[in-house]
Structures are given as structure tokens and as C-alpha cells.
Write a protein that binds this ligand. Structure first.
Ligand code: 6PG
Length: 475
């Protein structure tokens, strides 16, 4: 009997995905460029299911039933292209090649077009959940032809996380849609972590110990903020460094790394003209943390308060931080979903935003209680933005006083809260009946004759600022 599906790339993500497939009864062909890796995987896990290791790519391809389903789990970029190029001559029309890495969606669009030309299906599948997710059930966001999903979907749905009996995997849309949605997922992931970091700084400013902070996050995880990232924040804060006896986070260098998916989210949003300011602040917060020269020079030169926060009622302020965190989180999710809506319009994808929220409820890094509410709000009616959803708008209205108080206190105390404050600014901008953009237009017209429109009549206008001051209609 031939294998049902194949996995190329036996690093941790690939081998865990192959094991997950085998655990669900699929016959799995496995291949790695260096055969020793495949041998190690089979030696350690071969007894867990029906694996078909291959030493040669041609042997791997020949071991698969048709249409062949092949998941590539190699490094994004050059290695992915090299693997695809090696595969193409070995495949036959109708075969399906899946890229399960964190590829940039424009690369996925390019690859899909190339493989389509050869009669092959190319599926860019976002897979979230890290190493454990790959093994125990990730959230999977596949893009590509609808036809390819018929052959591939049932297998992917069988290995994904399940919530309320429903798989955290659904067909997203054509070509790069799956990787686009995964990219936005990661942007939201950056924002979520930045907000958590800001809450942590504020709790520290109040003088809480790390154990107390861990308890606060654990408590928050029992309410509206219930999420994987809040849960593990509590665990990370509670961890004591064996060598020094200090909280581990206190001995970790405060320079955040990144592989760049958050940056792509913001770059793509800039191209689309969709505001993802809170996500952008999260990317820039990592950038400033990893700018040692800028920080050293500024630390030596700049004055300001120490970050200590004095309040009369500590418990009440902690609850206000919780509300600020929740409200900011909602804004970041709204911005990310807005980007998906805009991206879908630009690239011709028919993406169901409610379904995206549904498959993010389990398996992925941003899984959170909030996503069930988002799913049901999108199911209840069409939304331009999440912020207008009745239950969301109501709770934001209830939280906004606390949110403003926290941002004000942070600014006064010198605690940087770029995420909270930018999310709040987005909230205020989005609801404002008038924005300062009218003045911007006036200035643009003054120095560059860029023209403006009027609120009271149709047309495009210009004022002769430097001559007679008269307004002329341009068209
Ligand atoms: C996931 C994660 C995963 C990975 C990112 C993080 O959904 O499982 O998002 O894709 O952790 O690569 O990226 P950074 O290194 O940029 O933080």
C-alpha cells in the first residue's frame, strides 16, 4: 500500500507533523536532504505509526498514492524554492505540494503560479502552535485551489486542534491567502505579547513581586483574558533562575528577537493602507529593545520619572490594567482582521473572517477566549470592523475609563506603553466624527496645491494661498 501523504524536512516541526499524521492513522512518507536526520526520527519514533522513510527524493515521490500530497517543512526562502524545483520533474499533473512554513504570501503567490503552470497544485498553509502544536494539534490555515482542499482538507482537519468538535483548519482562499492569514496571526501575536509586557511593567511599577505578578496573570486567565499567552506568562514570571535564585525574567537580556513575520504584517498593511498601529508598535518595541547603541546613548542623556507608580487603591488599579489589556487586545485583533478584509479585497480572496476566528480558537499561539466571541459576532452579521460588533463595542465602552486612567498613569510615571496608548488612539480615531486630517489637507494644499474636498459640495478645490486667497474649483 502506498503512503497517503509525505513530509519533507525532518527538523522538529516537520518530524512532529509527520508523527501527528501517523498518530491519526495516515501512512506517512518522510524525507530529509540529509538521510541521517530521517534515520534518527525513525529510530526514535518509528514505532508510533506507519512511516515510509526514503533516502532519495524520487523514492519518496514514488512511495505516495495519487494525487500525491506532499508537505514541505523546510526553511522559508531559498531552501523552499530548491525543494520545489527538485520535486517538479518528479510529479504528475494533479499532485499537491504544500508549504507548511512561515512563507511570505507574495512568495506563495509566485510559487502557486509557477506550479499551476506545470499542472500542479500549490498550497501555502500557515501552521501555528509551535513544536507542541505540530505534534498534538495545530491551527492550520491552508490556501490554494479549492480542488486541492478536497484531497488535502480531510487529512489536515484530522490532525488539527479541535474545539467543540470542530477542526481548527479550514480552507482560507486561493494562492497566498493561507500564508497571508498566518502572517496576520503572527502580527496579532506580537501585539498580544507587547500588551502583556506593558501590563507586566505596570505591575512592576506598582511594586508587585514576580510571584504576585504570576498570580495576577493566573487570575486574569480565568476571565475574559483567558488565553494561551496569558497562561504561559504566569508560568514564565513564576520561574526562578537556578543559578542566581532570581526570577528568570530578571536575568534574561531585555532585547526581543524576531524572525520577521510581524514586520511583514506591518509592511503589507502599509501597502494596503490599512491601519495596524498597535501591531506596528509591537514590532517597533522589539526594534528599540534590540538597539543597544540607541539605548545606551539615551540612558546617559535623557531625564524622566523612574517608572514607579503610586496609587491609593492597588487592587483597583490592577483591575484597570486588566481592562486596558483586554481593550487593547480587542483593538489589535480588530486591526488584524481589518487587514485580512483589505488583503482579501486587494488579492481577490473570498476570506470568511468569522471562520478565521473559529480556527484560531485552538492550537495556535493566539488562541483565546475572545476568539469565540469574535467568531459568533461575525456569524451574527456582516461587520466592517470588529469594533462595531455589539458586545465588543459595549465592553469597550465599559473599559475605556480604566484604559484611559492606565495610559495616563503610565505616561505620568514614565512607563512606556506604546501598545496600550496606540490602541486607545485607534479607538478614539475610529470613533471620532472629525479627524485632524482636514488641517493636513489644508497644509498640503498650501504648500503643494494638492487640493481638498469640501463637506458642503462635490468637487475638488484649491485655495490661492499666496496670491488673492480665492478658492478655485479644480474639477
Ligand atoms: C506560531 C508562531 C510561530 C513562531 C514565529 C514567531 O504561530 O506557531 O507564530 O510561527 O513562533 O516564528 O516569530 P518571531 O520569531 O518573529 O517572534
Amino acid at each position: 500500500q502506498l503512503a497517503n501523504i509525505g513530509v519533507i524536512g525532518m527538523a522538529v516541526m516537520g518530524s512532529n507533523l509527520a508523527r501527528n499524521l501517523a498518530h491519526h492513522g495516515h501512512r506517512v512518507a518522510v524525507f530529509n536532504r540529509t538521510t541521517a536526520r530521517t534515520d534518527e526520527m525513525i529510530a526514535a519514533h518509528g514505532s508510533e505509526g506507519d512511516f515510509r522513510p526514503a533516502a532519495e527524493l524520487a523514492q519518496f515521490v514514488a512511495s505516495l498514492e495519487r494525487p500525491r500530497r506532499i508537505i514541505i517543512m523546510v526553511k522559508a526562502g531559498g531552501p523552499t524554492d530548491a525543494t520545489i524545483d527538485a520535486l517538479i520533474p518528479l510529479l504528475e499533473p494533479g499532485d499537491i505540494v504544500v508549504d507548511g512554513g512561515n512563507a511570505f504570501f507574495e512568495d506563495t503567490r509566485r510559487r502557486e503560479q509557477k506550479l499551476r503552470g506545470a499542472g500542479l497544485h500549490f498550497v501555502g498553509a500557515g501552521i501555528s502552535g509551535g513544536e507542541v502544536g505540530a505534534l498534538e494539534g495545530p491551527s492550520i490555515m491552508p490556501g490554494g485551489s479549492a480542488e486541492s482542499y478536497e484531497a488535502l482538507g480531510p487529512i489536515l482537519e484530522s490532525i488539527s486542534a479541535q474545539v467543540d468538535g470542530e477542526p481548527c483548519c479550514t480552507y482560507i482562499g486561493t494562492d497566498g491567502a493561507g500564508h497571508f492569514v498566518k502572517m496576520v496571526h503572527n502580527g496579532i501575536e506580537y501585539a498580544d505579547m507587547q500588551f502583556i509586557g506593558e501590563a507586566y511593567e505596570l505591575l512592576k511599577g506598582l511594586g508587585l513581586s514576580h510571584t504576585e505578578m504570576a498570580d495576577v496573570f493566573a487570575t486574569w486567565n480565568t476571565g475574559d483574558l483567558d488565553s494561551y499567552l496569558i497562561e504561559i506568562t504566569s508560568e514564565v514570571l513564576r520561574k526562578v533562575d537556578a543559578a542566581t535564585g532570581r526570577p528568570l525574567v530578571e536575568v534574561i537580556v531585555d532585547a526581543a528577537g524576531m524572525k520577521g513575520t510581524g514586520t511583514w504584517t506591518v509592511q503589507s498593511a502599509l501597502n494596503l493602507g490599512t491601519p495596524v498601529s498597535a501591531i506596528a508598535e509591537a514590532v517597533f518595541a522589539r526594534a528599540i529593545s534590540s538597539s543597544p547603541d540607541l539605548r545606551a546613548a539615551s540612558q546617559a542623556a535623557l531625564a524622566g520619572p523612574s517608572g514607579a507608580i503610586a496609587v491609593d487603591d492597588r487592587a483597583a488599579f490592577i483591575d484597570q490594567i486588566r481592562q486596558a489589556l483586554w481593550a487593547s487586545k480587542v483593538v489589535a485583533y480588530a486591526q488584524g482582521l481589518d487587514e485580512i478584509r483589505m488583503g482579501a479585497a486587494e488579492y481577490g480572496w473570498d476570506i470568511n473572517v468569522g471562520e478565521v476566528a473559529k480556527i484560531w480558537r485552538g492550537g495556535c499561539i493566539i488562541r483565546a477566549k475572545l476568539l469565540e466571541r469574535i467568531r459568533s459576532e461575525y456569524a451574527a452579521g456582516s461587520l466592517t470592523t470588529l469594533l462595531e460588533a455589539p458586545s465588543v463595542a459595549k465592553e469597550l465602552a465599559n473599559s475605556q475609563d480604566a484604559w484611559r486612567a492606565v495610559v495616563a498613569a503610565a505616561v505620568t510615571a514614565g512607563v512606556p506603553v506604546p501598545g496600550f496608548s496606540s490602541a486607545l488612539a485607534h479607538y478614539d480615531q475610529a470613533r471620532a466624527p472629525r479627524l485632524n486630517a482636514a488641517l493636513t489637507q489644508g497644509l498640503r494644499d498650501y504648500f503643494g496645491a494638492h487640493t481638498y474636498r469640501r463637506v458642503d459640495k462635490e468637487g475638488t478645490f484649491h485655495t490661492n494661498w499666496s496670491t488673492d486667497g480665492a478658492e478655485v474649483q479644480e474639477d
